[in-house]
Design a protein around this ligand. Structure first.
Ligand code: HEM
Length: 276
């Protein structure tokens, strides 16, 4: 049988079984794409945000799964999950290339449509930040009107971050991690600690002895590296689209995003390079 007649042999009756569109709920997906103006580029703007939200949700799912396993002392499967996070981050960062085809004039055609809405209010993005340890209670505020979004975020604010779990793993392997670090105030971002740096130095000086911790550390660095790229591309896109106007979410705009470039998620993992 030749491949030429393949379409004729394909399944065509979906009156009693799920089709592609049924399974993927494509009607629901497309129904969410509802531009408010007739501006051509509003479609692009919505599509890039939608796609980004889907990737962010996937990242949250992978991070949570990896963290559950790390909590139980398992390191191999989380590495696979974190690799997936890294690949998804690449997709997120590439999305800026599509959005950058929109000029400031294109953007101004529909800017009025979304009022005070901003990615600053993205619960999935904030969850990723919180899981990775970049957290502040004030960032919960935009979600106060939605307990279904607010409460899980608040729980994440008080739970160990991915990095906290990695540090607990170091301690479990007998590397000296100070009590004040293991029992730190989880609602705050991490601060470089010399003893933790020494523990990572031990790992980096003997990778063969601590191979899984070494691999985990390098994977965390991949995640932060990619996060920095996303932030930088966001800032550049923002500057070329709205310049230094205030953000729709109420921050200073580019200034706020530029300051975020100084965020360090895993401080000792960067410093260890200098000390080796
Ligand atoms: C031309 C398009 C865009 C512009 C002009 C823009 C502008 C801004 C500005 C000015 C902020 C600072 C907060 C505020 O609104 O006051 C912000 C935050 C944010 N935006 Fe965008 N943005 C754009 C596209 C996107 C896209 C496609 C995403 C994808 C999800 C996104 C996600 C975010 C997130 C997550 C934040 C919060 C960052 C943080 O708190 O560190 N933005 N954006």
């Amino acid at each position: 049988m030749s491949d030429q007649d393949a379409p004729e042999r394909a399944h065509t009756d979906f009156s009693h079984s799920l089709s592609y569109g049924d399974y993927l709920q494509l009607d629901t997906l497309k129904a969410a794409h509802r531009p408010i103006t007739g501006a051509h580029d509003e479609h692009l703007f919505i599509a890039v945000h939608h796609v980004s939200e889907v990737w962010l949700e996937l990242i949250v799912r992978e991070l949570r799964a990896a963290m559950t396993l790390l909590h139980g002392g398992i390191t191999d499967t989380p590495l696979k999950m974190l690799t997936r996070v890294v690949r998804a981050q690449e997709q997120l960062t590439n999305a800026w290339e599509v959005l950058k085809t929109m000029t400031p004039a294109d953007y101004l055609q529909f800017r009025h449509a979304f009022g005070q809405a901003s990615g600053f209010q993205s619960a999935s993005y904030r969850t990723v930040e919180f899981l990775l340890g970049n957290r502040r209670a004030v960032l919960l505020r935009p979600h106060e009107h939605r307990p279904d979004l607010h409460d899980p975020l608040e729980a994440d604010l008080h739970a160990p971050s991915l990095y906290d779990l990695a540090l607990r793993l170091l301690a479990a392997r007998g590397l000296p991690v100070p009590r004040e670090v293991l029992e730190r105030d989880l609602t705050q971002p991490p601060v470089l600690n010399e003893a933790v740096l020494d523990a990572w130095l031990t790992v980096y000086r003997a990778p063969d002895t601590y191979w899984d911790l070494y691999e985990l550390a390098e994977k965390l660095l991949d995640v932060e590296d990619n996060f920095r790229r996303w932030r930088f591309n966001h800032l550049t896109t923002v500057e070329r689209t709205i310049g230094f106007k205030a953000g729709s979410g109420g921050t200073s705009g580019a200034g706020y995003l530029r300051a975020a470039l100084n965020t360090v998620l895993f401080p000792e993992l960067w410093e260890v390079r200098t000390r080796l």
